[in-house]
Ligand binder design. Structure first.
Ligand code: IMP
Ligand code: MG
Length: 180
């Protein structure tokens, strides 16, 4: 199916699950190489990254811990600068290698906020792994180590990403058809 409807908007197929799988496998193999001899802590940013994290982490072969934080910055199809932390961090992160796992970096506010928090917790190093990146929307100076795919500045859903709560369960990624 090439077109879907979620609430009041229509979306068209953009990235297939096959393309997603390939990009995830490539990222996993880079991370496996870079993390040899380390015991990283993967910090998954909920909710959006839950599907990507499940795929990525099953391909990670080094010893690792996995933990979760829940953040929210989006309202409808717009990113806001106010990041709400809905589930906090309990682990001791001091001196750890932390790999932040995110579904998408848009303006970069969410990630920038997270990186500042992690630096205050005196981690040894932080790497950012995002499945998607919208370079044209980025407003923060972030060093992003692992990117699955770069995409244009369109609103998308599927593979964990939602439109007002809907669409997270879709195995493929769809992009919004703009209102005329
Ligand atoms: P940022 O703070 O603007 O970089 O936004 C990051 C967060 O907004 C991500 O973690 C996503 O949850 C959400 N987000 C950004 N772009 C999209 C999109 O196109 N569709 C759905 N959610 C998005
Ligand atoms: Mg997210």
């Amino acid at each position: 199916m090439n077109k879907i409807r979620l609430k009041d908007r229509e979306f068209t197929l953009f990235i297939t699950s096959d393309e997603i799988e390939k990009a995830v496998a490539e990222m996993a193999s880079r991370i496996n190489n870079d993390m040899k001899g380390k015991t990283p802590l993967f910090l998954v940013i909920l909710s959006g990254a839950f599907v990507f994290a499940a795929d990525l982490l099953r391909k990670i072969k080094v010893d690792c811990d996995i933990t979760f934080v829940r953040l929210a910055s989006y309202s409808g199809t717009q990113s806001t600068e106010k990041i709400r932390e809905l589930l906090g961090l309990n682990e001791v992160l001091k001196d750890r290698t932390v790999v932040v796992v995110e579904d998408i970096i848009d303006t970069g506010h969410t990630m920038d906020d997270m990186i500042h928090k992690l630096k205050n917790l005196e981690v040894a190093e932080v790497k950012i792994a995002t499945f998607l990146l919208k370079p044209a929307a980025l407003r923060k100076d972030l060093k992003i180590h692992y990117v699955g795919m770069e995409i244009p500045n369109d609103f998308i859903v599927g593979y964990g990403l939602d439109y007002d709560g809907f669409g997270r369960n879709l195995p493929d990624i769809y992009k919004v058809i703009p209102d005329l």
